[in-house]
Write a protein that binds this ligand. Structure first.
Ligand SMILES: [Zn+2]
Length: 400
């Protein structure tokens, strides 16, 4: 008998605004529990130089739900576990306090476990209340494992749930292939010439943003940034779904912002955007049985995809050049589409050599000899001067 493999996937659904008040109150209780854990940890460290685990906290929080908290006891447990995990992760003695009021109020966050949530007829039951949401997935069909209710910067609430989804059988490897180049202005470009343009995310919003910034309206600025982030997330979701439907093997460049931009902020923001897209592609490939591979994209913008000569724009002079003509064969190239074709070629060559990622399906690889292109060191000096405003958010961890 064949064994079905499952993978965890996170569904994100928008909760109706009428629940905002209730959720905000519950989030206040979550903050209370979080801060209690923080205080306990500080005391424990001062007294015994000891760190508490989620299990240790349970002994202290037991019975808290009978003392006036409306949260499910499992939710209290989930908060304590999250606290312990984060404290370990950040290697801190204590973490920041979560604030329920004031201008520096923490965005609402309510974690839950399997037993604390129930989904039926397009609603979810949490803390004894049925909450309405826009159920775009048909939630009832999934087995919900754990998750959280989260507020965004605009005060909208989302239901994030981890669900188990069966992984499809791998498709034939002889199918359609595509190379994908990730960049700044052309956020995504494929070897078949399709693109997702970054400027579209803030189209029409830039003047509004400038006005709001000049007027010092922080809420408005935050709302506009959230809107840009949503637009980008939506279109990357749609585009990755489209790619996985249309192709069987997807090669993505291993671009990182480290060599591209100067400021640390822009770097992390760009990396977050690119890795989010690669993550989406990877898990969608897994679910659909397609193959995902990350390939070294060194020299992809300088090499002609027709004659393989290194005739493209180089260095500082090449910055901002979007179309170039190969001086060897005379082909006119769109820079990013050409780069995607080079990535496709590099991926194919590696496929012929045997990519570890194809053997252990769905995993990325950093094959030491994978540089199919001559040379091998990064050649990323090229795009640093381009405006980054479309990426300026989305880096906040979900629990902050
Ligand atoms: Zn050429």
């Amino acid at each position: 008998m064949k064994r079905t493999l499952y993978k965890t996937k996170v569904l994100r659904l928008r909760l109706k605004d009428k629940h905002a008040k209730l959720l905000r109150d519950l989030a206040g209780e979550v903050n209370f529990v979080w801060n209690y854990c923080n205080e306990l940890q500080i005391t424990m460290f001062n007294r015994e130089r000891r760190f508490l685990s989620g299990y240790d906290f349970a002994k202290f929080t037991r019975g808290a739900t009978k003392e006036g908290l409306h949260l499910h006891s499992q939710t209290v447990q989930a908060i304590a576990e999250e606290y312990a995990t984060r404290r370990r992760q950040f290697r801190k003695v204590r973490l920041g306090w979560r604030k329920s009021t004031g201008s520096r109020r923490s965005l609402g966050w309510i974690p839950f476990k399997k037993t604390a949530i129930q989904a039926a007829h397009g609603q979810v039951k949490f803390a004894g209340q049925w909450l309405s949401l826009w159920d775009s997935y048909g939630l009832e069909a999934y087995e919900i494992r754990a998750g959280s209710l989260c507020e965004d910067a605009r005060g909208r609430w989302y239901f994030n749930a981890c669900v188990a989804v069966p992984i499809a059988e791998p498709r034939s490897k002889a199918g359609h292939e595509v190379g994908v180049d990730l960049g700044l202005e052309d956020l995504v470009a494929t070897s078949d010439g399709e693109k997702v343009l970054a400027p579209q995310f803030y189209r029409g919003l830039e003047p509004k943003l400038a006005i709001a910034q000049r007027a010092g309206k922080k809420d408005r600025v935050r709302a506009i940034h959230a809107k840009i982030a949503n637009r980008r997330r939506d279109s990357l979701q749609q585009f990755s779904t489209h790619l996985v439907r249309a192709y069987d093997i997807i090669y993505v460049g291993n671009v990182s912002a480290a060599a591209l931009v100067k400021t640390p902020l822009a770097k992390s923001v760009l990396d977050a955007g690119w890795s989010a897209f690669r993550t989406m592609l990877r898990y969608k490939c897994d679910f659909a049985g397609a193959t995902f591979a990350k390939v070294d994209e060194a020299f992809s913008t300088q090499t002609c995809s027709v004659c393989d000569s290194r005739s493209g724009p180089k260095g500082i002079a090449g910055l901002g050049i979007r179309v170039w003509t190969c001086c060897e064969c005379g082909t006119v190239h769109d820079r990013n589409v050409n780069a995607a074709r080079i990535i496709l070629a590099a991926g194919r060559r590696r496929l012929a050599e045997g990519i570890p990622a194809l053997l252990g399906r769905g995993r990325t690889s950093t094959h030491p000899h994978s540089s199919a292109l001559p040379g091998g060191s990064g050649a990323f000096g090229r795009r640093s001067s381009i405006c980054l405003s479309g990426f300026a958010i989305d880096v906040k961890p979900y629990w902050a």
